[in-house]
Design a protein around this ligand. Structure first.
Ligand code: GLN
Length: 584
């Protein structure tokens, strides 16, 4: 039996190869006319919805399901639906919404898109992200273009229909077998009702091709010490009230879910016991897919979707990555100095999620155990606190906007430069690094970035010319310099040694730049611009030579967005290595 399955898998593999060869050919107009590029099978859609409460890891759950199906040999893409009216995530405050993840195309999206890119090791196109605002915007635009041909345009069905159009288009664009769609928010709230309506419409149109997963939470109240299933039952009932029924329940909890409770959930929530997947808290998010496989999650999902169970999931590389991440006891201590960490009495690290993951991947690659501390920039406005930085091997200042925490960040940068503590500045962290150098080495005291003090005498960091008009007209949504742009590197620089390449492309998100008027003086004072836009006009990387500092680098772009578990970012690796090796 098992052999038969393997054989089938081989045949399918062969035929898929043929299809892709045809695909290549079909790029030529002649082949296109022959219409040889017929789809071989229908696509499957998996919706992931949340029950009980938010913040239980729906994003990593979705990423894990997608990754496991990919490991089963299927091609998979992932979509995030955000319920906000904001047209994209770029206008949301990270303390409320988490990190803004910029796609290669430049679209500003939710941090879950970053999880999908990392877990699936792909670059996702902009069609894979939507918000209530973006859906309404396109429906209204179509109405203005008379595309509805005079009929009444209504919230139902026109909004869900546009959601479905986008989902289908994303599946076609990525040419995948399975499209996974994470519906933001929690069932029972008003905000995502129209998205659930889209799920209902798709499921009733193509019942065999659509699966619904509910990520629920089972509390274990301290006073009782027993895992409770009632909130899950209630959440399933609210989901059912929208006409949507779950095929699988991912049971998040502090503990594994036992058989007794699985049966109880199955009985009251209308799913099979084997479709209740235990998802206890784990040490690292990268353990999650391996944990799901203990409950045969991918097998059960293939069965729900009536897909051939083919071969078992190939998790060799993933397991190697996870075991490497746990093997080392050799610690490297990195401090991330940001302004968005404090939220009431709680510390939010999600705001810099990609930065933290990027540090980890590089540390694991080097066989090191990363110990990352989140330090609030505001605390360093008082110079007395700077001494506390001595206990770290490296300091990173991530991207940011506005005035809060600026004095603290500038003090931190001055301190690590003088004390030769390895430093990596990202975007704002690079602009402030240049400003600190101008203030304290070039001694231009009345200097600033235009973002903070447009009246300063020396605007070392100025607004990019194409941005000036946009700011004046208040065109602020999606108008920064966004997405992938090329840069060229200076021969022999620290950056070039890290990349092993002279030409690079990186993702961006900024309105300001190093003012070209100051470049000559800054360079003469010893700071090297080792990466620039190909025409030389825009400074992309600043660094001190290794003779002056073990590692002192700032980048105008966001390298964290493209760091992947199996492919750490070279600059993060260079920084973490320098931090570990530097004798501070
Ligand atoms: N605020 C700066 C700018 O707009 C830096 C942006 C960032 O760090 N992402 O240029």
């Amino acid at each position: 039996m098992a052999r038969k399955v393997t054989k089938t898998a081989k045949v399918i593999k062969g035929s898929r190869k043929k299809v892709s060869a045809v695909n290549k050919k079909s790029a030529t107009p002649k082949a296109k006319n022959k219409k040889v590029n017929k789809p071989t099978k229908t696509k499957k859609y998996i919706f992931v919805v949340g029950g009980v409460m938010s913040g239980v890891g729906k994003g990593v759950t979705s990423s894990s399901i997608a990754m496991l199906l990919k490991a089963r040999g299927l091609s998979v893409t992932a979509i995030k639906i955000d319920p906000y009216i904001n047209v994209d995530a770029g206008t949301m405050n990270p303390t409320e919404h988490g990190e803004v993840f910029v796609l290669k195309s430049g679209l500003e999206t939710d941090q879950d898109m970053g999880n999908y890119e990392r877990f699936l090791n792909v670059d996702l196109p902009p069609i894979n992200y939507m918000t209530t605002g973006s859906v309404y915007q396109s429906v209204i635009q179509k109405e203005r273009n008379l595309e509805y041909e005079g009929r009444n345009v209504e919230v139902v069905p026109d909004i869900p229909l546009d959601v479905i159009r986008r989902i289908k288009e994303a599946g076609e664009k990525s040419k995948v077998d399975v499209v996974l769609i994470e519906v933001g928010g929690t069932v029972g709230e008003y905000q995502n009702v129209l998205f659930l309506e889209a799920v209902r419409m798709m499921k009733s149109a193509e019942p065999a091709d659509v699966a619904v997963v509910m990520v629920s939470y089972l509390p274990v109240p301290g006073s009782i010490g027993e895992m409770k299933t009632k909130p899950t039952q209630t959440a399933v009932r609210s989901l059912n009230a929208t006409g949507v029924f779950a095929d699988m329940i991912i049971a998040r909890s502090s503990e594994p879910v036992d058989e007794k409770r699985k049966e109880k959930i199955a009985r009251f929530c209308n799913v099979k016991p084997e479709h209740v997947i235990s998802a206890p808290d784990v040490e690292s998010i990268y353990d999650i897919p391996l944990n799901y496989e203990e409950d045969e999650m991918s097998l059960q999902m293939l069965r729900i979707l009536d897909l051939p169970t083919r071969k078992p999931a190939d998790l060799k590389a993933w397991k190697q990555f996870v075991s490497r991440s746990k093997r080392s006891n050799d610690v490297v201590k990195i401090a991330v100095v940001g302004k968005y960490f404090n939220s009431g009495d709680f510390v939010l690290s999600d705001v810099y999620l990609s930065v933290l993951e990027a540090i980890k991947y590089s540390a694991y690659k080097l066989g090191l155990k990363p110990e990352i501390s989140y330090l609030s920039a505001q605390d360093f406005a008082d110079k007395k606190n700077l001494r506390g930085l001595r206990k770290y091997d490296g300091v990173l200042v991530p991207g940011g906007f506005g005035t809060t925490g600026i004095d603290g960040k500038l003090n931190v940068i001055e301190y690590v430069r003088k004390n030769k503590i390895p430093y990596f500045g990202i975007c704002y962290g690079m602009q402030l690094m240049v400003l600190e150098y101008v203030r304290n080495v070039l001694k231009l005291k009345d200097s600033s970035t235009e973002e903070i003090n447009p009246n300063a005498k020396h605007l070392v960091i100025g607004v990019m010319s194409e941005q000036r008009e946009k700011i004046a007209n208040k065109e602020m949504g999606g108008t920064m310099r966004l997405g992938e742009y090329p840069a060229v590197l200076k021969q022999g620089s620290v950056a070039m040694k890290a990349y092993h390449n002279k030409e690079i492309t990186e993702r961006h998100r900024h309105r300001y730049e190093v003012n070209p008027d100051y470049i000559e003086d800054i360079t003469a004072a010893g700071l090297i611009f080792s990466g620039t836009s190909p025409d030389g006009s825009l400074m992309e990387i600043a660094e001190l030579s290794v003779a002056d500092h073990p590692f002192f680098m700032g980048v105008q772009f966001h390298p964290e967005l493209t760091a992947r578990p199996f492919d750490p970012h070279p600059l993060f690796t260079a920084f973490v290595k320098a931090a570990y090796e530097a004798d501070v």
